[in-house]
Design a protein around this ligand. Structure first.
Ligand SMILES: [Zn+2]
Ligand SMILES: [Zn+2]
Length: 394
């Protein structure tokens, strides 16, 4: 057999069962070299397998966790180790258009606009079977010889700082009607806030909530909780967060506290007539914030931890135990919260688009990351958008 015929036969085998218009063989993608090193390279366009689709990416938001992955590696885990020098593409908050269907996929059609949630659990471990797929026991087990089916694009498998990505159908949500590409990248952030409120497990309606840290997840927690009827909602931040605290008010915070002007615990106690809040969400990762959240919470109340702290933090455990306060850590956006968050955002109950502050094209990813990391020009959500006017994949 000639080399040409062999190559054609191999291509046919690779493409068996994949349906869709022809897509290019190669794409532009950013890959992580050593810590902090990103390079724009050419990569083969990935092929969707069973239960997967190929997504032509429209926009990808930069998340604080991307900065962690790019600089320090964790929580990314690629081929059983740190993500460095493995041709790995980061980026996990993206949206796009379905460009090809893997074998047997009928849940989506070519051309559907979709946003993603990050985690596709293995579906075979104890946690996945309990519905806790963001806490899959086979996290990162997805490479040759260790493929348990787990996927977390941008953490354990290739992510969204590229022209195309492959997603399991379970990780896709339809983008509601008129929503812009930039706003659609925020659906997964709203999903994380929604999951945090789920885990707290209360009525939310008519109950009080304190949110520490007006970053994207904290602000989403305010907007989602307000839409669900929480009252009062107290949001705390620092002087540096002034613009973000203003957005918090637009999203429905009843009171915003500048922690440099007033003690946030005392303020929450004053607002709740001494009782403390039913629920607190710690979204800052600041040292001392977990202890603050605990002291803001009423007896029998619940605290959700949604931020990665950089060092072990001190908590007044005696206070926590003697007041029967519960602490819940969450990872990501479980229990299909992203799908529900998309439906909630479609109801435009709060001006979610205010979170998107800056846009860069795909060739300027390092600059986008610098804007997000250093909060240049008060950046909140920085979005990487594929080049304007790029033609259809052909
Ligand atoms: Zn994220
Ligand atoms: Zn699992």
């Amino acid at each position: 057999m000639s080399a040409g015929i062999a190559a054609t036969a191999a291509a046919l085998r690779v493409n068996a069962g994949v349906r869709g218009p022809a897509v290019p063989r190669a794409m532009k993608a950013w890959v992580l070299g050593g810590p902090g090193e990103l390079r724009l390279v050419g990569k083969p366009v990935p092929r969707p397998g069973p239960a997967e689709v190929l997504v032509r990416i429209g926009a990808t938001a930069v998340c604080g966790t991307d900065l962690e992955v790019i600089r320090h590696g964790a929580p990314a885990l690629v081929e059983g180790g740190p993500p460095f020098n493995k041709n790995f593409t980061p980026g996990h908050e993206y949206m796009g258009t379905v460009a090809a269907l893997g074998p047997g996929v009928d849940e989506f059609t070519i051309g559907d606009r979709v946003a993603v949630e990050i985690h596709a659990g293995c579906g075979r471990c104890e946690r996945c079977r309990e519905g806790m797929y963001t806490a899959c026991l086979n996290y990162g087990q997805n490479y040759t010889g260790h493929d348990k089916g787990h996927r977390a694009n941008g953490f354990t498998t290739d992510g969204g700082f590229a022209e195309y990505a492959v997603n399991h159908v379970n990780t896709l949500v339809r983008v509601p009607g008129e929503m812009s590409d930039e706003t659609a990248t925020l659906i997964v952030t709203a999903g994380t806030a929604t999951y945090g409120l789920d885990v707290l497990g209360g009525l939310i309606a008519g109950q009080s909530l304190a949110v520490i840290g007006p970053g994207p997840i904290g602000l989403m927690a305010v907007g989602v909780a307000k839409a669900l009827g929480a009252a009062p909602i107290v949001l705390t931040g620092t002087r540096r967060d002034r613009r973000r605290l203003e957005i918090g008010q637009r999203f429905g915070a009843d009171e915003v506290i500048d922690a440099e002007e007033a003690d946030p615990v005392a303020a929450v106690r004053r607002i709740t007539r001494g009782a403390g809040v039913h629920y607190a969400m710690e979204c800052s990762g600041a040292t001392g914030a977990v202890d603050q959240a605990v002291h803001m919470t009423s007896r029998g109340g619940r605290v959700c931890l949604a931020a990665f702290a950089h060092e072990p933090v001190m908590v007044d455990v005696a206070y926590l135990v003697s007041n029967n306060i519960y602490l819940f850590g969450i990872r990501g956006e479980g229990r299909s919260a992203t799908r529900r968050a998309a439906a909630l955002l479609a109801q435009t109950r709060f001006p979610v688009e205010l979170l998107h502050t800056h846009t860069f094209t795909l060739d300027r990813v390092p600059e986008a990351i610098r804007y997000a990391g250093e909060r240049i020009e008060d950046a909140i959500k920085v979005v990487v958008k594929m080049e304007a006017g790029r033609g259809p994949a052909a």
